[in-house]
Design a protein around this ligand. Structure first.
Ligand code: ATP
Length: 356
């Protein structure tokens, strides 16, 4: 295992416990994304890995060797921050070369490595420019170049796209994926954006309030969420949740009853339990299905988004969003029936919110 974090905790000097028992193993070459809402401890964890923040307890290992006390330089990490922090009076070439120049690396070697890095990043034509003559995306690429050129084993990125506009973010996202493919560098990337996490990551670490909620591939997090938080965090619009108590094998979905016995073999064991019934907006079918829960509802509002439409429905007191093909957009203020196939139904414990 290349990087290991074992029971890592961070308690800030003011007593705030920002990261709790963080456990993770990272393979060489993996692209790991830390995702979660603001304040969940993503940056703190990344900064502990970088050596910019001390580790309060637990072990941090690189190549099996404890590295808790190693200085950032000795950890073989390079970090790209949210703000590009380029030197405004230096050309792109000099900005990228800066770290090597400081180390006194031979000029020929610097020239070769800057050219190679610039080629990967599509910056060859901009090497003589000053940062102010670059777009936000180009500046961020220079910042990435400055980290890449150091040829370190571990590449850390803290919200590198957050200063870019929506269009530049999409472009840079695919460029980062490409750079990772070409360099194969082990990367740990922090974001609060689930789309960035889903598109870039080999594995995602979902965090909340300083705790890991789940570690998994994008596929696992989407199809096998461990709890209500992860289920609601991944996916847009988020998963619908209906809280209810299981009575006579059924749960209330607003003014209707959903028979769990038809959906789950373990329904009998859930009798009397408070549960959260979940289904994704895109799982709703407008044609009758076998082995599915049928819900009759009222359409309140539709939002055409291009190829699909979000349909806001009510069913008595219950509310939900369905995502349907735009060609099937239902009428507003009219009744609608939809089906949730058995395999698209998620049940969570009403108290612990863990998946059942
Ligand atoms: P964001 O997406 O907003 O950057 P984050 O998930 O990266 O959030 P962190 O920056 O890791 O969150 O902060 C985690 C928690 O630790 C927050 O509640 C924050 O207020 C707290 N925190 C961060 N730095 C310190 C500090 N120096 N002293 C005390 N508490 C801190």
């Amino acid at each position: 295992m290349y990087i290991e974090l074992k029971n890592v905790n961070k308690i800030y000097p003011n007593g705030f416990h920002a990261v709790h028992n963080f456990n993770l193993e990272i393979d060489k070459g993996e692209f790991i994304v830390f995702v979660g809402p603001s304040g969940c401890g993503k940056s703190t964890t990344l900064r502990m890995i970088a050596g910019l923040e001390n580790i309060s307890s637990g072990d941090f290992l690189i190549n099996g060797v404890r590295a808790n006390e190693k200085s950032p330089r000795d950890r073989e990490v390079a970090m790209v921050f949210q703000s590009y922090a380029l030197y405004p009076q230096m050309t792109v070439f000099d900005n990228i070369a800066f770290g090597l120049t400081l180390q006194g690396v031979d000029e020929d070697v610097i020239e070769e490595r800057v050219q190679k890095t610039a080629k990967i990043l599509g910056l060859t034509d901009y090497l003589d420019r000053l940062p102010r003559a670059l777009s936000g995306g180009q500046r961020q690429r220079v910042a990435i170049g400055r980290a890449l050129i150091r040829k370190v084993g571990i590449f850390l990125m803290d919200e590198p796209l957050s200063n870019l506009d929506a269009k530049q973010r999409v472009t840079m996202r695919s460029e980062i994926a490409q750079i990772h493919q070409e360099t194969g560098a082990t990367t740990i990337y922090v974001t609060h954006d689930q789309t960035e996490a889903m598109t870039l990551a080999d594995r995602i670490v979902v965090m909340k309030d300083g705790y890991i909620q789940q570690v998994g591939t994008p596929y696992e997090l989407y199809f096998k969420p461990a709890n209500v938080f992860v289920a609601g965090f991944i996916g847009e619009p988020p998963m619908n949740f209906i809280r209810s108590r299981v009575e006579n094998g059924c749960i209330a979905f607003g003014d209707q009853q959903v028979n769990l016995k038809e959906l789950r073999e373990d329904a009998a064991g859930l009798e009397g339990k408070e549960i959260v019934f979940g289904f994704r907006p895109e799982a709703a079918m407008l044609q009758a299905q076998e082995n599915a829960a049928r819900i009759d509802c009222q359409v309140e509002l539709t939002e055409m988004l291009g190829d699909n439409t979000n349909v806001y429905i009510t069913c008595g007191e219950a509310q939900a969003i369905l995502k349907v093909d735009s060609h099937d957009t239902p009428e507003t203020d009219a009744p609608l029936s939809f089906w949730i196939p058995r395999e698209s139904v998620y049940l969570f414990d009403g108290t612990t919110e863990e998946v059942i």
